[in-house]
Design a protein around this ligand. Structure first.
Ligand code: HAM
Length: 403
């Protein structure tokens, strides 16, 4: 028997129903906020992720599904959606258009991580990317939208926010931080030591307990923001307060992808174990430029579909459509014609084998039909159908034409 690869999963029955419910709910809400659908390839040039997600990130450094294709191109299965969408935005010259543009997407992402509960090598994200709006009001709006999606799915969450500054405040902060880290260097873990040179901000994110204790006194980004970033962050927190959206300012929240600036956020759940991030995102005002487009601010997020699957409160399944059953073999052909007509508007299940009454009623229940419709000898003779509303329990005999 051939099984799926390690860290990859088939989604069937209950899980696939949850998947569809999550995606349709998220799409419905994203459309209300003006997002339209975008689809980009799963396979991209490796250079795209090197330049956007960043050389020093774990995703690019350790986790890419990267290979040479038959034409000798260095390609990669996308580890996330934002880079491809920004590339598509630039490829289609949308950066030259004056209006703001908003896209939603969903699909598989690939990261060669060590699989564990809540961490897969192939997983699915639903995400949104908003281009052309530099105002922090958009940050508030996108955070509100994610909250609305989780509320609609019946999922509780905590929101963490931080500001990662901008090119005018980040360099000085970085220098300050490197100074601090260099002093405690010998006590920090190997990963942190590597990051002091390559990406010192990521040291703040280290999960090692000893490092976390040592980092308690590190300089905080939030205390070193320039006037503009500070004002925006204060405006964002004031808006969240006013909307009664609770949040925690997490000064160590730096995100694992290098393209962020200013607002960064994560939604976490305390019900799913150590892989607790159910959505993450932030601003990426320089990314369009990095990928050769005209300077265009951007902000977005993605939520992990498999991560939230166990948390979703599924709506009760309603009875729907028709179950058609024959009590005598000659009735089956008539049922097929009826089904063809009815399927123009309704869900129809046809049982091809003629069976007894009880067996048909069980069949109708199994497929959760609203109506059971049977044709036996009498009905065949009189050109009628016997029909029962399985919700109200009302039974009728109708003429075939009337149905
Ligand atoms: P990310 O934080 O890397 O951000 O991923 C977003 C979400 O995907 C996570 O919060 C988590 O729920 C889910 N996720 C990540 N890795 C795994 C995994 N190995 N297994 C299962 N679920 C996982 C991004 O990908 C950014 N592109 C988000 C973004 C969009 N930022 C701006 N626009």
């Amino acid at each position: 028997m051939i099984n799926p690869l390690r860290g990859m999963k088939d989604l069937t029955f209950d899980e696939s129903a949850r998947f569809v419910h999550i995606v349709t709910t998220a799409i419905k809400i994203a459309k209300r906020y003006g997002y339209s659908y975008i689809e980009t390839p799963i396979l991209e040039e490796t250079a795209l992720f090197r330049r956007s997600v960043g050389e020093s990130s774990d995703i690019v450094g350790k986790e890419m599904y990267q290979f040479e294709d038959k034409g000798g191109n260095d390609v990669c299965m996308r580890p996330e959606g934002t880079a491809g969408i920004v590339r598509a935005f630039v490829s289609a010259k949308l950066d030259r258009q004056p209006m703001k543009q908003k896209f939603y997407y969903y699909g598989p992402m690939f990261r060669y991580e060590r699989p564990q509960k809540g961490r897969l090598r192939e997983f699915h994200q639903f995400g949104c990317e908003s281009f052309g709006e530099a105002s922090v009001l958009e940050d508030f709006t996108i955070i509100t939208m994610i909250g609305q999606i989780f509320d609609a799915l019946g999922i509780g969450y905590d929101l963490l926010i931080n500001s990662l500054g901008c090119p005018s405040c980040m360099p000085a902060y970085r220098e300050n931080l490197v100074g601090f880290l260099t002093e405690i260097k010998s006590d920090l873990c190997e990963d942190c030591n590597r990051r002091i040179d390559s990406n010192p901000i990521r040291v703040l994110d280290c999960k090692n307990k000893k490092c976390q204790t040592l980092l308690a006194d590190s300089p905080k980004l939030i205390d070193n923001l320039c006037e503009a970033c500070d004002a925006d962050f204060k405006k964002l927190t004031a808006l969240l307060d006013r909307a009664s959206i609770s949040y925690t300012v997490d000064t160590n929240l730096v995100r694992g992808l290098d393209y962020y600036n200013k607002t960064a956020f994560e939604f976490i759940s305390n019900e799913i174990g150590s892989q607790s991030a159910i959505a993450g995102g932030g601003r990426y005002d320089k990314l369009v430029e990095y990928l050769d487009g005209k300077p265009t601010p951007g902000i977005g997020f993605a939520l992990g579909i498999e991560r939230i699957m166990p948390l979703v409160q599924m709506p009760e399944r309603e009875r729907e459509g028709y179950y058609l059953g024959a009590m005598v073999p000659e009735a089956v052909k008539r049922l097929l014609l009826l089904a063809k007509k009815k399927r123009i508007t309704d869900k129809v299940t046809v049982e091809y084998n003629s069976k007894g009454f009880k067996s048909h009623m069980k069949g109708a229940d199994k497929v959760h039909a609203r109506y059971a419709l049977l044709i036996g000898e009498d009905e065949l003779k009189n050109s009628t159908v016997w029909i029962k509303d399985l919700e109200t329990k009302e039974e009728k005999v109708l003429s075939l034409e009337a149905f």
